[in-house]
Design a protein around this ligand. Sequence first.
Ligand SMILES: Cc1cc2nc3c(=O)[nH]c(=O)nc-3n(C[C@H](O)[C@H](O)[C@H](O)COP(=O)(O)OP(=O)(O)OC[C@H]3O[C@@H](n4cnc5c(N)ncnc54)[C@H](O)[C@@H]3O)c2cc1C
Length: 405
Amino acid sequence: MRQHRAVSIMAAPLLDFDDTETAFARLSYSDLKRTVFLLNILRRPWLARMAQATGRLGLATRLPMIPWAIKRMVFDIFCGGTTLEEAGNTAASLAVEHVGCILDQAIENQSNEVARDRAFNGLYVSIEAISGWYGFSSCAVKASAIQDVELLARIQQGEVLQGADLAQYERGCARLTMLAEAASRYGVVLLVDAEESWFQKPVDAQVRVLMAKYNRHRALICMTIQSYLRECEKIYAAEVEEARIGGYLLGIKLVRGAYLEKERQHAKSKGLPDPTQSSKAHSDEAFDRIAIMALSQRSRVSLCVASHNEASIRKIVGRMGELEIPLDDPNIWFAQLYGMVDHVTFALARAGLRVAKYLPYGSVRDAFPYLIRRAEENRSVIEHTDRQVALIERELLRRSRLAAG
Ligand SMILES: Cc1cc2nc3c(=O)[nH]c(=O)nc-3n(C[C@H](O)[C@H](O)[C@H](O)COP(=O)(O)OP(=O)(O)OC[C@H]3O[C@@H](n4cnc5c(N)ncnc54)[C@H](O)[C@@H]3O)c2cc1C
């Protein structure tokens, strides 16, 4: 990251995840009130489901009030803006706090080539734009936005594509290749997200080729590994080996995974074995093991720890201390989603670690699937949501007391 302070302490830093003043300094009293209101809705499953259904119906029937309400109540909390310019302003406000950004054009699952071209153009422009932003900025891409996932799934099943299908698949690959070329030209890190496991393997294969080409001196292209997959540690080991043989730096964004229910339902409906870990503890343990392994392989692996989990982050930062890894090591960074766990992000930044926010931007309609996933995540990991609510309420109280003198 370019604009970080020159911090290079060897011992593990003290991480204060309870410092609400630092965590919420960017947010006004009314922003915090709005966030608590939303999180309180998400804590009640029936209310959250009702809100989601209303949102879906409103967007489908084009009722004008619904996008307005979604924007005000949810979008503004979890997204950086509706335009690249607005997202740039949000990124600049994060950069002031030594927090970078992973810009995400909130477009996924595009169902035709015109829409995929539109998504590609938007991503291309994003890469060009963020190369000029103040602070560290990188760009995320979802294969489903620029490639036909049905073709990817057929390839994964061993089908050899032909004719028009092959041409369409190659167009999708070319879009990703052109984005990687642009990332390399502008010196921007490109992170390819992981999506559903039934079409991810051909995507990873494409990313591997791009890493071999562009990650000679720096991990500019990164793939994503999901620790909720039973085979995640095997995947990691195989990628390390490929990178060793190919003589390139392996770029990894490590996540737990966002499609748990969908994965399980898909496996059930197809009569296939469940590809996910049997419990959250297994996902947690695999996550920590991969991260710790990557720390000791950091001369060959660049690791983005993309997580909100305080225990994992403490463990990883603690291990960095034990291994005497400088906090600003160029191959280790952390990331959290915009609008979530600011108490973690800003504590990491304050301690001198390299950290970024995943910052989606786009229209309310395009961002809706992303927002639904955030709602579901807040509902499924209720203890994180409870903790966020408790911290925000504590900050509101602190500010009220301060104002009262
Ligand atoms: C910067 C960033 C980028 C991301 N990019 C991606 C991406 O490319 N692809 C992607 O899929 N997700 C991505 N995510 C989302 C991520 O996968 C998680 O959904 C989210 O971060 C919550 O996980 P956590 O590590 O913060 O920890 P926690 O909140 O502690 O863990 C929640 C996660 O644990 C797992 N889990 C929960 N219950 C169970 C169970 N019963 N059995 C097994 N596992 C369980 C699930 O993965 C769940 O999301 C990203 C997140 C961040 C912060």
